[in-house]
Write a protein that binds this ligand. Sequence first.
Ligand code: AHR
Length: 334
Amino acid sequence: MSKPHTLPPVKPTLLLILLAAACLSSCGQKPSQSASTGNEAKPGKKIVVGFSQIGAESAWRTAETESIRSEAEKRGIKLNFSDAQQNQQNQIRALRTFLAQNVDAIILAPVVETGWEPALREIKKANIPVILVDRGIKVSDESLYTTLIASDFVNEGRLAAEWLGKRLNGKGNVVELQGTPGAAPAIDRKKGFEEGLAKFPEIKIVKSQSGDFNRAKGKEVMEAFLKAEGKNINALYAHNDDMALGAIQAIEEAGLKPGTDLIIVSIDGVKGAFDAMVAGKLNCTVECNPLLGPAAFDAIEAVLAGKSVPKKTVVKDEVFDQSIAKDVIASRKY
Ligand code: AHR
């Protein structure tokens, strides 16, 4: 009987050399990254994008995640998704992981405005474009990100104030539920609201506190507002619908009628807000469109094709109040 063929044993040193050679050919830097714009994708290669999402604090956020996930799938782009659970350090870790994975582009929805420079500098060195979605950041060097696609949060605050000022006939006490401290929409929506209220000197903000953009915290803070101010409150301004929906529960539990005893205006325009308007419990929502997937991937594909993109794209938003809620609810996409 002939002996079966066996391969000679590979020496450990040779094995190391073979492994190193294989790694050099398959795990090396993107060779085209440093040429021309430095971001071009290789023809035929599947694009890989890292997406660092803030979390799932609101219906708005879930709609944004879904928009980005489904758009990636539609375009055959591989999405490496990371949920930071509201924590900036988790987002920074995710950015560094995407860098180590040598992704083609990064989508970042930044939880707060500051503290991004060190990580973004490392990413810039590797020529990986960073697309900011929904929230802006404060950096000394704007070239640390490629483009920002977001709503005008200051304007949203202004629109809410103008609507409320008219609804209160220029007079009343307002409580404010702010978003996450340090987040662009919390800072800007407060600023815009105060600017808008300047036209109504007899409207006062009597209490203002963060409800962290989520329903449970919105309810908890509203309970405290009601304890402190009781029937002295004429209106609530919430930086997002989820906090308003939590507050509505607190108002009902306090034996008051939301939407009647207290006028409520919030921001986002999610389905739950339209349901509450139809039920007469919420008076107005200022839209903030979360369906950013198509614009984000248009930008990525343009950059990877060597084209330039605008530094900022402002998403258009509308005001919806109770009077039209019934007519438009069926056409809402999120
Ligand atoms: O950054 C957008 C805001 O963040 C939305 O208004 C809010 O619902 C979300 O959590």
